[in-house]
Ligand binder design. Sequence first.
Ligand SMILES: [Zn+2]
Ligand SMILES: [Zn+2]
Length: 142
Amino acid sequence: MAEAKASKKPRAKTYTGGCLCGAVRFRVTGVPFYVSHCHCGMCRKASGAPVVTFTRFPLDGFSFTKGKPKEYSSLPKNQRGFCAKCGGQIYFKAGRKPDSIGLNVGCFDAPEKLTPTSHIYIDTMIPWLHMRDGLPRHKDHG
Ligand SMILES: [Zn+2]
Ligand SMILES: [Zn+2]
């Protein structure tokens, strides 16, 4: 793991969240790598929403405190975790980032504490969606 430079290193915090029905609950402690609005077609189909805002945390700070999601592989090395009871989408594990976990910000109990930092897969953003927030926009995963 790369060490954070300089003095502005944010402090690790603990966050909690879960699915709609409460069958799956999680806790994560750490500093998120980023919080992104993902405009890719797979997140869209998986969630049914025009955009999915997710954050990526170091995996070692993450644990389930209740239940465990089912997984769906949207691509061979990727897994999307969702509650088998209510269908709520909770996480995204990417094969190319095995030491981290992507968590849907909407699942957090206090989503307002995770402020977006970028847009990714901007080329597939739905044209009627207007998000003029001045955040960096990336064509790929950023
Ligand atoms: Zn559920
Ligand atoms: Zn996506």
